[in-house]
Design a protein around this ligand. Structure first.
Ligand SMILES: C[S@@+](CC[C@H](N)C(=O)[O-])C[C@H]1O[C@@H](n2cnc3c(N)ncnc32)[C@H](O)[C@@H]1O
Length: 270
């Protein structure tokens, strides 16, 4: 197997389609076309992407400032978009450490250029598939960056709807949570068809048709709750992403629950 990143610019990829929706510059024509096709069906998808990022910022600040977490394992990182998770965390405490994981070679290319740590903190990037949790846990970068005897926040933001049950989403989450000590956290966001079934059926079909996210699965709130088995959800529980501890620090577009069509939650490992 070659170590050289292979980038297929002719086929849309979730990281680059998402970069397009966020107004980034790191995508190809195929990604923009797929992004536009989905946005024609789901016009609020751009706003939804901003709310998804904003949840990541709020949850990260909560975990560092209120829950005392200083280490993060962020899987499905995406193309860097400022502020990145480590910038939010290190803004509260510059000693925070973050391991980023993604399977898209383009994320690797941008990550190495853009992810710069504070001197007191530490960052690393691992290119591996999330469906192989053993490879994540065995990565030397992880051992160099995180102390697994101390609490870690496992961050799975807008990742799990890209991984079906058949591909092992549940086992992956369980294996990773099992590897973390008591006092660790899981934070996630996940798209759902609960709030607008007809719309999301069309969105899923558009994704599949364009090959932008084959192997994914929209889940119901009950199904998403299962990822938190054995963990204690912090207030307000698993809620529509824009409703998780909204604050005045962020200027965000208005969005209704059916327009958002995603849930977010944070939970503590007892
Ligand atoms: C929608 S983006 C979310 C990016 C970021 N977490 C956020 O919410 O802003 C999903 C990311 O998950 C990555 N991804 C999808 N499937 C993956 C897999 N099996 N293993 C690792 N990363 C994956 C994609 O490459 C992409 O960067």
């Amino acid at each position: 197997m070659s170590d050289t990143p292979k980038i297929n610019s002719g086929k849309p990829h979730p990281a680059r389609v998402y970069d397009y929706w966020l107004g980034g510059k790191n995508h190809y024509l195929a990604d923009a076309e797929a992004g536009d096709a989905i946005a024609r069906i789901w016009p609020s998808v751009h706003q939804g992407a901003q709310h998804n990022r904003a949840f990541m910022h709020r949850a990260t600040r909560y975990l560092v400032a209120e829950a005392g977490v200083r280490q993060f394992l962020d899987i499905g990182t995406g193309i860097p978009t400022e502020p990145n998770l480590h910038q939010v965390a290190q803004d509260v405490d510059p000693r925070c450490r973050v391991v980023y994981v993604d399977n898209d070679p383009i994320v690797l290319v941008y990550a190495s250029a853009l992810l710069r740590s504070t001197p007191e903190g530490r960052l690393s990037y691992v290119q591996v598939d999330a469906t192989d949790p053993e490879a994540i846990l065995a990565a030397p970068e992880l051992a160099d960056t995180l102390d697994l005897t101390r609490p870690v926040a496992l961050s799975l933001i807008a990742l799990l709807h890209l991984i079906s049950d058949e591909r092992g989403a549940g086992d992956m989450v369980r294996r990773l949570v099992d590897a973390l000590p008591s006092g660790s956290y899981l934070m996630l966001t996940h798209a759902t068809a609960d709030l607008n079934p007809q719309l999301m059926a069309r969105v899923a079909a558009a994704y599949e048709q364009r090959g932008a996210a084959s192997g994914g699965q929209l889940r119901t709130r009950e199904e998403i709750l299962r990822f938190f088995d054995g963990l204690e959800l912090v207030d307000p529980g698993l809620v529509v992403t824009s409703r998780w501890r909204p604050d005045d620090s962020q200027r965000l577009p208005e969005i209704t629950d059916p327009e958002m069509s995603a849930y977010a939650g944070v939970a503590r490992k007892p």
